[in-house]
Ligand binder design. Structure first.
Ligand code: AMP
Length: 178
């Protein structure tokens, strides 16, 4: 977990490789559904373009089928759950699948650094949701709907200082996991 620009995707990829986990990014899955013009993609597009969250019901049914189809093995979830109802729904899915969450990592980054990173990313990513107006909306959505998950996962959360370079942040995570 972490606000947009915290480096969730970057660190998730590194950890997936190191620990042989499947990296599941809901943002990437949704972008691929949009490209394939599926029903989920068509439903999600306007929310994503505006920097709003795709409705919980859509996310939960997408993730239930994705997680159910997977064989046993470790997964690193990136960008999901993003609301308390999603987290409750995920618990129910994992109960059905006889699976569980081992760790919740929350990457903290100072606001000024976040904005700088997002502006840099906007120049290179070509993502429609990387414009200034949408970036501001995504930060507000994070504060209102996603930040409450920090309390929800209070017992299992591991806080990571995400201000440094990619390498430094990876080192923080590895130290905490050990
Ligand atoms: P990301 O690539 O994680 O930054 O996600 C990009 C966009 O996809 C978000 O701004 C949302 O519109 C949508 N999205 C990704 N994951 C979720 C989720 N768990 N719940 C709702 N919307 C999501």
């Amino acid at each position: 977990m972490g606000p947009p620009g915290a480096g969730k995707g970057t660190q998730a990829k590194i950890l997936a490789e190191k620990y042989n986990l499947l990296h599941l990014s809901t943002g990437d899955i949704l972008r691929s559904e949009i490209q394939k013009k599926t029903v989920t993609g068509l439903e999600a597009q306007s929310y994503m373009d505006a920097g709003n969250l795709v409705p919980d019901t859509v996310m939960l049914s997408m993730m239930e089928s994705t997680l159910t189809e997977l064989k046993n093995g470790g997964i690193i979830l990136d960008g999901f759950p993003r609301t308390v109802p999603q987290a409750k729904g995920l618990n129910k899915i994992f109960e059905k699948l006889n699976s569980k969450i081992d760790y919740v990592l929350n990457i903290h980054v100072q606001d000024t650094i976040l904005i700088k990173r997002l502006i840099e990313r906007a120049q290179n990513s070509g993502r429609k949701d990387d414009t200034e107006e949408v970036i501001i909306n995504r930060q507000q959505v994070y504060t209102k709907l996603t930040a409450p998950l920090i309390d929800f996962y209070n017992n299992e959360i591991i806080h990571i200082n995400g201000d440094g370079s990619i390498n430094q942040v990876t080192q923080h995570i590895l130290e905490k996991l050990q």
